[in-house]
Write a protein that binds this ligand. Sequence first.
Ligand code: ATP
Ligand code: MN
Length: 459
Amino acid sequence: MRIKELLSSREYGSEVTVKGWVRTRRGNKNITFVALNDGSIIHNIQVVIDMSRFDEDLIKLITTGSCIAVTGKLTESPGKEQHVEIHADSIKLYGTADPEVYPLQKKGHTLEFLREIAHLRPRTNTFGAVLRIRHAMSFAVHKYFNDHGFFYLHTPIITGSDAEGAGEMFRVTILDPKNPPLLEDGSVNFAEDFFGRETNLTVSGQLEGELGALALSSIYTFGPTFRAENSNTPRHLAEFWMIEPEMAFYEIEDNMNLAEDFLKYLIRYALENCSADLEFLSGMYDKELIDRLNFVVNNQFERITYTRAVDILQQSAEKFEFPVSWGVDLQTEHERYLVERHFKKPVIVTDYPKEIKAFYMKLNDDGKTVRGMDVLFPKIGEIIGGSQREEELEKLEGRIKALKLPEKELGWYLDTRKFGTAPHSGFGLGFERLLLFVTGMANIRDVIPFPRFPKNADF
Ligand code: ATP
Ligand code: MN
């Protein structure tokens, strides 16, 4: 049985078998207590071992980190910490963990140290909690969209389009780096590469997502995305997971409503289904975590334009590292000022200058701003970036020309505007940014099992 079920069982006297990893062992000549964990729940089950019934040499090997199976009687526990414990009748030792070398001894470890042993850190309370919450949030994403009539669309991970993140992409190639085939002008001849052209890992599934939305009405993607940006921050990964809904017939207001409802749903889901893990993380790292989650669920997000945001920032007495004026992109420090100091709640900023946003965002009638929207969260800054898309062919072609994007390569994308175009909108939620908020962890490298960032691709 999984420990989660056992801990809520009241079938005292029944014989059970549990399997898991030893967290601690203590006791004396007569009796030994083992705290056993199998990852099903943050709590351990206490195994009580009557030493007169076991070989002492076996029990000596049951140290922190070792793996055992215990069969015994489920018994009401006299201890305050737990209702039930197991009185062992037989023990099988699957694997020892030499205390001299096993790095996860009982003492607390820094998160930095645990990052270096990411292959073992799932066995800590902290990462057990984070990984269970990560699972619950993935499940909730699919449940939300399924319940709302969205279809899960699998967009490609290897992509030939470099329309969006030029320069920030990881190339995918099988050419020999030492001796690549060359064209007459000395440049690499990608026609001889695997796909017969340059290919990269995707930075976003959006463009293909739009193709799906303009047929199935409402779709979402949920997959890995890759950015070769050299951002050594606690909020950026080189490989992260993104959730991108895309909806036909949605204007920017519908898009904002969906983003707000979706985020609140996910956070409420965590509060209702991950309470033991949230309480643990809150106690360890962030006393205000649960209050903050409840606050977001229970309050309307503020909605302001970029122009108003710039006004507020300029009128504030705050000294920013990057000065603000109309036309500059908002930095995390600005975003957090708006959220944490000014409005004291999540903020959706819309109508950004077209120069600082992507080519596909719908141009407003002023000709200067686009219908982009960023959702800003406390402690995170941008958690969602989205927009209403430009559905008018001429305007979209105008933007592509102005930005000197490869128009020919975008032919398939432009076809959606040529044939049966429709107003549509979508957004991207960084899954790890969501997890940062929900878990209260401070570094994005601690909410994904095996983080990829500049100069690190271990494990
Ligand atoms: P930022 O300005 O924070 O770097 P961005 O504007 O480049 O983000 P978008 O291209 O709008 O990000 O991507 C959509 C969402 O994906 C963001 O709102 C964020 O939640 C997430 N995201 C973007 N880049 C990263 C990254 N390097 N690591 C983790 N999540 C990311
Ligand atoms: Mn963005």
